[in-house]
Design a binder for this molecule. Structure first.
Ligand code: AMP
Length: 540
């Protein structure tokens, strides 16, 4: 027997309509690429999203068409999130930090009909133009006064595109499972893979992110998402802010510590969101300039493991709770978080940091387990670790245009991460399955070693890779970037690690490097290093 309730569709247009009706004065503040700070309200954002919708229809876009963006976090990008998806088209947020070949691959694979680009990326797109197969025109996200000279053909100024359009537009009703946006994973090998979100998965994810066990978004929240709108939809926060009428502060192209601090001072956010490298920059600036961030209550960190030293510095110097989140493009992206609990308030700080270093508990909607290489589930005892498997309505079923399912025969998606699950439910990432070091049949976590190494005051960044060893198959090798005024020896570092990790985990050697390679989303790129140092111990 079916229930007797209405089956209203969960649509992204419904979010902006709601914001306009109930939170019309809530602000959206943006640092623009052109320079000045722009501010307007959800009411204006909703009107301009409808003008954009009218313009997109005039451009000839119809349901299912894809348009690409290469843009920072800002109000025009925000309008595209709603205007494009609202008419049943798909917004493909392209990460401009990728290599040119990857950018061309993504834009062509997505079959983008138009590209909406910030002024910062005009030169980049000019260099790709000849390779783009489906793009009919380029819309520059600026006004007439700031339009650049460009070789691009069929160029339109965004403000010209929407200025004459009507503010009236009836958002169409359609099936909530309709595709809404498309993000590509920045894999370290092979071509990027597309994850095609639906209206339903996006709205559900926005609810999850806003909930009390995650970011606690309400109409009193002021959010500064430093995480880019081109990286998994800024963790869904633009949708969540519309759902609850939270004030948004967009940092535009300036992501350095000083610029972020300036926005914190002027706009008083209580919630920050970003990857560890961004927080490293902010903390370094605050420490050097002897400043603090009084308005901030919580900083959500994810995308890579947050080092303990960072959790501690936020807490002890700035009274900010660093909430550790974990997820991936395939999960919309959030899967777990370590929310601050009443229990934590009464804990010894060091014990609390132990908890905060874990990636957190799964939310309702994310089912999670760990299994060995043969698919046998492992105990959730905080000791066993294995492949982390997930399922749920905000998790990928199949990659864009792939024939085969992304799930295993039991319906699980293999995250490619290796993790433990503790009895009380906290998940702890041990490593990526391809980065874990297999030494004599046992696994060593490269992440744990890196985190321990960056605790040394003279280490700016650390990377651990598994390299060939005659007896143990693989052994860990530590690569270190020193701080500008530090000069530790290999022996100093090994002594420092001794006692922080099991003795047999201690790296076989330490190599000092000028810098370490990163992927476009700031993760350590270990593939090339593994090739370069593969025979290091054997030849030593
Ligand atoms: P992406 O799809 O680019 O967001 O990358 C997802 C991957 O980043 C995950 O599968 C993890 O390997 C890694 N990751 C994300 N958050 C964390 C975290 N809090 N701690 C450790 N690794 C993380």
């Amino acid at each position: 027997m079916l229930g007797n309730m209405m089956s209203g569709q969960l649509l992204i247009s419904g979010l902006i309509e709601h914001a306009e009706k109930y939170h019309s004065d809530a602000e959206i503040v943006s640092r623009t690429v052109e320079g000045p700070i722009h501010r307007y309200t959800f009411s204006e954002a909703a009107k301009r999203s409808r003008k954009l919708a009218n313009a997109l229809v005039k451009l000839g876009l119809t349901k299912g068409d894809t348009v690409g963006t290469l843009a920072w976090n800002g109000y025009r990008h925000f309008e595209l999130y709603f205007g494009v998806s609202g008419i049943g088209c798909v917004v493909n947020t392209v990460n401009p930090r990728l290599f040119p070949e990857q950018l061309t691959y993504i834009i062509n694979h997505a079959e983008n009909q138009y590209l909406f680009i910030d002024l910062s990326f005009v030169d980049l797109v000019e260099s790709l133009e000849d390779e783009l197969s489906d793009v009919k025109g380029f819309i520059i996200l600026t006004d007439k006064d700031n339009m650049p000279e460009t070789k691009l053909k069929n160029v339109i100024c965004y403000e010209d595109l929407i200025s004459e359009e009507s503010e009236d537009f009836d958002w169409p009703e359609f099936d909530e499972n309709t595709a809404s946006s498309l993000c590509y994973t920045s894999g370290t090998t092979g071509n990027p893979k597309g994850v095609l979100y639906s209206h339903r998965s996006t709205v559900l994810h926005a609810w999850i992110v806003s909930s009390g066990n995650v970011a606690k978004v309400s109409s009193s929240t002021v959010i500064l998402p430093v995480v880019p709108m081109f990286h998994v939809n800024a963790w869904g926060i633009p949708y969540a802010a519309a759902m609850f009428g939270a004030k948004l502060v967009f940092p535009g192209p300036k992501l350095d510590g000083e610029s972020i601090h300036e926005l914190i001072e002027s706009e008083k956010p209580d919630l920050l969101m970003g990857v560890p490298t961004v927080w490293l920059g902010l903390l370094q600036y605050l420490s050097g300039a002897n400043k603090t961030i009084d308005s901030v209550d919580t900083a959500l960190v994810g995308g890579a493991a947050a080092p303990r030293a960072m959790i501690q510095e936020f807490e002890e110097k700035h009274n900010v709770f660093l909430m550790h989140g974990w997820g991936m493009t395939e999960m919309s992206p959030l899967g777990t978080a370590t929310v601050k609990t009443a229990e934590m308030d009464n804990m010894d700080l060091e014990d609390r940091y132990d908890l905060q270093q874990k990636q957190g508990k799964a939310f309702f909607g994310v089912d999670m387990t760990i299994a060995d290489d043969d698919g046998n589930e492992l105990p959730k005892d905080g000791i066993a670790f294995g492949r982390l498997l997930v399922k749920g309505p905000t998790i990928v079923e199949r990659y864009f245009k792939a024939e085969e399912s992304a799930k295993d025969e039991n319906g699980w998606f293999d995250t490619g991460d290796v993790a433990k699950i503790h009895p009380e439910g906290y998940m702890e990432i041990v490593d990526r399955s391809k980065d874990v070091i297999k030494s004599g049949g046992e696994w060593i976590s490269s992440i744990d070693l890196e985190n321990a190494a960056v605790g040394h005051p003279e280490v700016a960044e650390a990377c651990v890779i598994g390299v060939l060893h005659e007896k143990w198959d693989e052994r860990p090798l530590l690569l270190v970037v020193k701080t500008s005024d530090g000069n530790p020896s290999a022996e100093d570092l090994l002594n420092f690690l001794d006692g922080k990790v099991a003795k047999w985990w201690l790296p076989d050697d330490v190599i000092f490097v000028e810098d370490l390679p990163h992927t476009a989303t700031g993760k350590l790129l270990k593939t090339n290093l593994r090739d370069e140092y593969k025979n290091y111990l054997i030849n030593k």
